[in-house]
Design a protein around this ligand. Sequence first.
Ligand code: FAD
Ligand code: AMP
Length: 471
Amino acid sequence: MSDYNVIVIGGGPAGYVAAIRCAQLGMKTVCIDKWINPEGKSSLGGTCLNVGCIPSKALLDSSHHYTFMQKHAAEHGIQCDNLSIDIAAMQARKADVVKALTQGIGVLFKKNKVTSITGTARLIGNKQVQVTNQDGSQQSLTGDNIIIATGSVAAQIPVAATDNQFIVDSTGALAFDSVPKRLGIIGAGAIGLELGSVWNRLGSQVTILEALPDFLSVVDRKIATLAQRELKKQGLNIQLSASVTAASVNNNEVSVTYKDKTGEQQIVVDKLIVAVGRKPNTTDLGAAEIGIQINQRGFIEVDEHCQTAIPGIYAIGDVIGGAMLAHKGSEEGIMVAERIAGQKSEMSYDTIPWVIYTWPEIAWVGKTEAQLKAEGIKYKVGQFPFAASGRARAHGDTNGMVRMIADAETDRLLGVHIFGISASELIAEAVVAMEFESSSEDLARTIHAHPTLSEAVHEAALGVDGRMIHA
Ligand code: FAD
Ligand code: AMP
């Protein structure tokens, strides 16, 4: 008999959620995670809670409040003279947010009777895992099923090797103890734009170098254009077709060389953030050794139900690629737990929401016009600007729009793209609608409270059929 019904390797949003769901379904479950925080203590939650989604949003919120006080409070009649920012206090608040949430997972594990082990796990045979504990001692565990959720780490590029002082990855950029005067960022993806926004709001002159010619190439073109214009207005200097070829540190400054359409260019910055994506974390896992397939890009190969080539061994979250998002991993965790328990759960990969937490936010679900054109699908678009939303105007944030795309013949919703205040929350309605295979007419006939930002989604649905009321 095995020690556990399920061994989960990794306690990030994929692994901890899988472990809790397994335990809820009556399985004897252990979750092994190796994360040690700067205080030397184990800290569940993986990248997301420790150095990803949560700390970045804490800093985005703090820096947004600062910008509001600086630039917009006066419009509301609020005077705030002698405004200043205490970076140490801002970072301490971020640490408190992280601490509360990471410790919360320990509480959830106890409540659900998940055994939690701090240590590094290695697959040493079919259904057998060796754990190296913090003190170096080892133990071997057997499980009927194993779920690999080892996540990802920041990708590195040889032309800009991180030194954790002047050239840093996202983790380093979340921990700056002062505002860099000149900040360079390689990569204009979600992480580059969010971290660039934080430090730009706090006073850095930010230059973002992006190798690709299009800004946010996967995003709806109109939404990307609006976002690019707004971020430029906020002070982000985003250089496209700018491929970084070298970076070196001299006299406490970083010289960054890049090639653009006109030739070789150079900028000098005080800090450089490398935000060129994330790579799967299978280091020392022993996966390939036991026969698990790993593809050329390093991701573990799985079938549509996240099972590896070995029956009973599953992989979920960033380590299998696809949308490298916390909620994607969590849902895969739930599906796998339920399938192990004999249920027929499936993942809805087509309705995963994406969010970039700039101000305002960019959020989308489903297909873009470019994708639909490439697939030869005929569609209709409804588009409503937040400038015509009473709630957005009362709030003082009228930037952006909701764009809704529906099939020209069946009216089924194919995609919703938002740039605007609270886009991260508004997109949920579109996700539910698409999950229920709704038409734009379904949303157009749904009553939305007034005055709310969600009325913009309603109006965009009306717009698909050319019958918007307020624009
Ligand atoms: P991870 O969160 O990486 O967790 C894996 C865990 O496994 C880690 O604790 C690791 O230490 C542990 N582990 C690895 N190997 C072993 C081993 N051999 N033994 C034991 N333990 C092991 N996503 C969003 O959806 N929204 C956001 O707003 C967002 N913002 C982000 C901001 C930043 C700055 C970054 C870096 C990422 C952000 N992401 C965001 C991405 C998100 O963090 C990841 O998609 C998510 O954390 C992946 O979850 P996971 O469980 O697959 O892996
Ligand atoms: P993401 O994967 O969404 O986090 O985005 C990372 C971005 O970094 C991508 O848009 C890449 O095109 C960009 N990138 C990767 N390498 C370089 C480089 N050497 N110079 C500039 N941009 C880069």
